[in-house]
Design a protein around this ligand. Structure first.
Ligand SMILES: C[S@@+](CC[C@H](N)C(=O)[O-])C[C@H]1O[C@@H](n2cnc3c(N)ncnc32)[C@H](O)[C@@H]1O
Length: 512
């Protein structure tokens, strides 16, 4: 199969040895299966392994690829299981899963490995291997526009299967990205998916599939609603769980035990966390000092523009690595969302000319948030952007490191949209908040909430869960914080209609 097709169909065949390992785990757990269904069976590794482990079970398999269907039939013939197997070509999205499952008597095991590809990748390739266009999981408005409605095809398929089971007792055993397994559980626990128990077993995706992604076997029993928690095992052979993840408070937490111990640190953060500025035009908007020739953009052009719209910039890697003296600058065309940018023409003609000379790049920005008529528009901008003091953190790094950032050459320092920050007018207040956030207590609490394999382990929603008052008390800074707060001229923020957290959309190169 050509690479493009392989990508669109999320085609990574499971090695037989791994399928056997999974089936022996199921046997060890005395999982019952009179009918085993492989919804996207590929060349049949799971059906062959299941035929060996469950010698009496009926075996049903489908795949969209007719060559794979033939190969699976041959493999099952060779395994001596052809008489109890039925394999056919079928598009998962067109399959009537309710009817299929309703027609099966006895215990059901849904086994396999669904396609590993996101809807964004399929759409980006002009592919058609997608569910019918609908607002996935109810993502609407700003979330959909900023990328949150991007989803894994396998997540959609798993939800489809859980819905089709309609609370019927069955076992689901599927290899998938660990993040996909969590999303399925999050959805099922929050939407009466009736999962009675669940566990995750990490697998080495690099070794088995050559993919640098955190993956697992999701094992779940359906039928009745059970506790919203799942044990997490380091590997298929691990005897003891390393942690239990689950639904606690408004979202999933990675370590329920630690979370319960530190639960008092959860609360409404008294500050509003903000995302850095979003422009989606880094080659033009971000500048660096060149070799003694002034500023250079990422296109290698020398840029001689006025200072008025230039601000020092830090990015997530700077924050994570403690490089807090800005070496970059960003052009900031607006002070609030929707502001008219044509004033730049008069106020800073060289800046205007520079922006205009790259107008096409701005117009090519895909996100619909830029669809207003204002040219060179930004997002994630407001009065808070220009606050002199900030406590900032990278959204993309596992170990959060909160940085205290003050003005440089009398200009506030800005961040890109991979960073989050709290704005302050007052240095002393910012300083004590940074200290509180960097305390061991805060680190431990954040670790109980975050999933280290997430693309963006730190989010606004997560940061907004930090009860600074309780944290200050636990780390012995309550008096300092209270005093600093009272002394500080409170930073007043204008109400803003939209506070979005941006999700980076990157081209997918490997299995994602
Ligand atoms: C990750 S591979 C796994 C194959 C097999 N389950 C295994 O474990 O080896 C995903 C499979 O899904 C199939 N597939 C992709 N899109 C499909 C669709 N819409 N309907 C049915 N099968 C599909 C691909 O052809 C591929 O064989």
């Amino acid at each position: 199969m050509r690479t493009k097709t392989k990508i669109e169909f999320g085609d990574f065949q499971t090695p037989l040895a791994l399928a056997r390992e999974v089936c022996s785990l199921l046997a060890q757990q005395t999982i019952e299966a009179s009918t085993i269904i492989e919804p996207t069976c590929g060349i049949g590794a799971f059906l062959v392994a299941a035929a060996e482990t469950f010698p009496k079970a009926r075996l049903l398999g489908w795949d969209i690829n007719p060559d794979y269907v033939t190969q699976t039939e041959t493999a099952l013939l060779d395994a001596g299981a052809a008489r109890r197997a039925s394999v056919g070509q079928q598009d998962f999205f067109a399959h009537d899963w309710e009817k299929e499952l309703a027609g099966i008597r006895g215990s059901i095991l849904l086994l396999g490995n669904l396609p590993w590809v996101t809807n964004a990748t399929v759409s980006g390739m002009n592919g058609s291997n997608l569910p019918a266009k609908e607002n996935f999981q109810g993502f609407r408005g700003i979330e959909a526009r900023t990328g949150k409605s991007n989803f894994d095809i396998s997540e959609w398929m798993l939800i489809r299967l859980v819905k089709a089971l309609r609370g019927r007792a069955a076992t689901i055993a599927m290899l998938c990205k660990t993040a996909t397994a969590r999303k399925l559980l999050r959805f099922a626990w929050g939407n009466d998916g009736r999962i009675s128990s669940a566990s995750l077993y990490h697998i080495d995706a690099k070794k088995h599939f050559g993919a640098s992604v955190d993956a697992c076997l999701l094992l779940a029993a359906t039928g009745e609603a059970g506790p919203a928690e799942a044990k997490v095992f380091e590997g298929l052979a691990a005897e003891r769980a390393k942690a239990t993840l689950g639904l606690a408070g408004p979202d999933l937490v990675s370590d329920l035990r630690a979370y319960r111990r530190l639960k008092h640190l959860e609360g409404l953060c008294p500050y509003q966390w903000r995302s850095g500025v979003k422009h989606d035009c880094a080659p033009v908007m971000e500048l660096r000092r060149g070799n003694g020739r002034g500023l250079e953009n990422k296109l290698g052009e020398y840029v001689a523009i006025e200072q008025d719209y230039l601000f020092p910039l830090l990015k997530c890697t700077d924050l994570a690595n403690g490089r807090l003296v800005p070496e970059r600058f960003v052009i900031v065309t607006q002070r609030k969302i929707g502001e008219d940018t044509s004033v730049i023409a008069k106020a800073a003609p060289r800046t205007w000319e520079y922006l205009n000379s790259h107008r096409k790049m701005f117009e090519a920005r895909k996100s619909s948030i830029y669809s207003s008529r204002v040219p060179f528009a930004l997002f994630g901008i407001g009065d808070y952007t220009f606050a002199p003091w900030k406590v900032a953190v990278s959204g993309l790094h596992r170990a959060p490191r909160f940085a205290l950032i003050g003005p440089v050459d009398d200009k506030p320092v800005l961040f890109d949209d991979t960073c989050y920050f709290i704005p302050f007018e007052d240095e002393a207040e910012a300083r004590v908040v940074a200290e509180i956030l960097n305390s061991e207590e805060c680190k431990e609490f954040l670790a109980s909430l975050t999933f280290t394999d997430s693309k963006r382990p730190i989010t606004v929603e997560l940061l907004q869960r930090l009860n600074i008052r309780a944290l200050a008390a636990d780390c012995g800074l309550a008096a300092e914080w209270s005093e600093a707060r009272h002394r500080a001229v409170r930073y007043t923020e204008q109400p803003e209609s939209m506070q979005a957290e941006f999700v980076m959309e990157r081209p997918v190169r490997s299995r994602q």
